[in-house]
Write a protein that binds this ligand. Sequence first.
Ligand SMILES: Cc1ncc(COP(=O)(O)O)c(C=O)c1O
Length: 410
Amino acid sequence: MTGPAAPHFRTWQAQRGAWSFPVDRADAARFHVPGEGWKWDLGSQSYNVHVGHAHPHVLDALRRAVERAVLTAGPHADVPERTALADRLRRLSGMDRVFFALGGAEAMENAVKIAMLVTGRDRVLARRRSYHGATLAMLGVAGDPRRAPFAAGGGPWIDDPYPPRPPSEGRPSDWVEALEAAVDEAGPDRVAAVVLEGLTGTNGLQIPPPDFWPAARALADRHGFLLVADEVFSGLGRTGRTFGFEHFGGRPDVIVLGKGLTSGYAPLSAALVSGPVAAHFDDHVLYCGLTHYGSPIGCAAAAACLDVIEREGLVERAARLGTDLLGRLADLARGCPAIRDVRGRGLQIGIELDGPAAAVGRGLWANGYFVPAKGPMLYVCPPLVIEAEALAGFVEALAAVLDAPGGKTP
Ligand SMILES: Cc1ncc(COP(=O)(O)O)c(C=O)c1O
């Protein structure tokens, strides 16, 4: 719906006639729109509410953190929330040390700075179809078209043809050839880092060919740059694995987390670095720092979210629900020429239509489903706590909107 003019900006759209909707309550995988009723939140707001809305365990943890009343802690002050969370993230990832930030872009930017400090180099390469955040520096790194108004430098980008040509008879995939070409063009001795999303989010959700991540690792070792896995979108269970890169055989030097780290209950993100990267800073200054570094509230929210992910088996749940949903969508696609492709891992799924997806998104909204649409893509990334029945209902609603067999009878 087109909302009234707001006193704050609505992001990524012109303000006149911008799309918005009121929300007065939210619970688990749904939110409530006054006058319209409950909507299934298949976009997890900003793809971040892994544990669902209003989870009592996270709300309790936040209350306890507020009652402790140590709500800000500078870099010299040790608070248990921050130390315990860093330790836990180390155990979860096998990385050695944690740098905290507030959002995904900021954590990515600090990961890039760390790579530059460790290598003494200045070039950072990313895929052409990638997004790493909206700060000026990260728009400059990623290939996402949203960089255009800022002419933010950057490149060369790693081409990622779609569909990819897989490796065959001693020849690598076209993605690997493009990766090698980009490193050569930038100058291997100038490359500080290659940054790759664990699984690309809203740039089309293309699945890399099987040799891509292993080749990125091998090139990083050969040329001495860092491999940075941007797990802001795909991390912490979204893809049915703890980290998206685990599907593709990667072993990064830095893992960046955001979004699902706190499920949006408080701002927090993190760059986790390997032992050799951490060791560099034993004797070199870490030229990075933030006022809100590892805020106790953010850390308390993150610890509680990790509890929920573990206790409720959300990683396995995302894998199971995602396999079932991909199967149902593939069945639907067979009888429905409007669907070109369905792809994803776990509960990070993209549906590619044969034309703009916005009208289909509006049809789904009318059927009680909030599904982000961009270009020809619908992105289905619900909270990991969603019920299987809600996803089955979504497939029926999609069939009805696309006028395909198996749609809901009105
Ligand atoms: C892969 C990826 N990296 C980084 C970011 C930036 O995160 P934030 O918006 O929290 O700065 C996003 C946000 O969508 C993302 O999807």
